[in-house]
Ligand binder design. Structure first.
Ligand SMILES: C[S@@+](CC[C@H](N)C(=O)[O-])C[C@H]1O[C@@H](n2cnc3c(N)ncnc32)[C@H](O)[C@@H]1O
Length: 265
């Protein structure tokens, strides 16, 4: 183990070797910066906030304090989205609740012929996402979920992707304490069953979706039955008919909602 990894391990880092590699990549041999980072980690500040950068799906995205730290598990959401959209003619995809814009950046890179837009409501995240948008080439709009989009996009959005806040309020303490103290509730709390954001986005989709609209998000497997019941109720109440498809990746349910057809999983 390197001296840096050893110092990080003593600072309480479980993944000390991996963190040491990231520190070396971004800070190099600047001893006082390295010491600052180690002290910050000992104080429980997430590494990505200390470095000002997060690695996501093979890309570096700028990350400011108090902005949600992109999670590895959301890379599966990107992979399934890209696999699905590559089968379609290029169109418009929107990353809702984009945080730093990590998902939008990855989509922009993987789907160069698609127009990528992103929305966010939190001022700190918006400012960070705008910088990443300039670097990677996606637009960023302020507003609640899809309501922040310019009106010219109504009826033209082919795909909506969101790693939404979906932790039930009663489970917030299950989040790692370092992250819990350094991310706002707005980024993680999903209401009593964790599905508030899911329902809100679904309510907005009919205005924005193109004829072939699709919505992809990530839920805990135990949230899928309630999500399915919600779609069933909506389908009974109104057009368009919505299908729910579930792909399990490790402990996560990647959920895809399409217009029309039958419900399966
Ligand atoms: C779980 S974080 C995911 C962030 C980003 N997609 C990522 O994977 O790193 C959810 C994000 O949704 C944003 N958010 C919460 N409520 C929102 C709303 N009503 N409209 C837009 N964004 C919202 C939060 O500020 C937060 O950045």
């Amino acid at each position: 183990m390197s001296a840096l990894a050893d110092a990080l391990r003593r600072a309480g880092c479980v993944f000390a070797e991996a963190e040491a590699a990231e520190v070396a990549r971004h800070v190099g041999s600047d001893a006082s910066r390295v010491a600052e980072v180690v002290a910050g980690r000992a104080a429980g500040i997430p590494l990505e906030h200390l470095l000002g950068v997060a690695r996501f799906a093979g890309h570096d995205v700028e990350l400011d304090p108090l902005v949600f730290v992109p999670r590895r598990r959301a890379e599966a959401l990107v992979e399934l989205t890209v696999a699905h959209l590559r089968e379609r003619p290029p169109g418009i995809v929107v990353d809702v609740g984009c945080g730093s814009g990590a998902i939008a950046a990855a989509l922009r890179h993987a789907l160069p012929d698609w127009r990528v837009e992103a929305t966010e409501i939190d001022p700190a995240a918006l400012s960070c996402a705008r910088r990443n948008g300039e670097t990677y080439g996606f637009g960023v709009h302020e507003g609640s979920w899809l309501a922040g989009l310019p009106s010219e996009l109504a009826g033209r959005v082919d795909a909506v992707v969101g790693y939404l806040p979906h932790v039930p309020d009663t489970a917030l303490e299950s989040i790692h304490p370092d992250l819990r103290r350094h991310e706002p509730d707005l980024a993680v709390a999903g209401g009593a069953d964790g599905l508030d954001g899911f329902r809100e986005v679904l309510d907005q989709l009919p205005v924005w979706w193109s004829h072939a609209g699709v919505f992809l998000t990530l839920l805990a497997p135990e949230q899928v039955p309630a999500a399915r019941r919600h779609l069933d109720r909506r389908t009974q109440d109104s057009a368009p008919t919505l299908d729910l498809h579930v792909t399990m990746v490790d402990d996560d349910a990647i959920v895809r909602v399409d217009r029309s057809g039958t419900i399966d999983s």
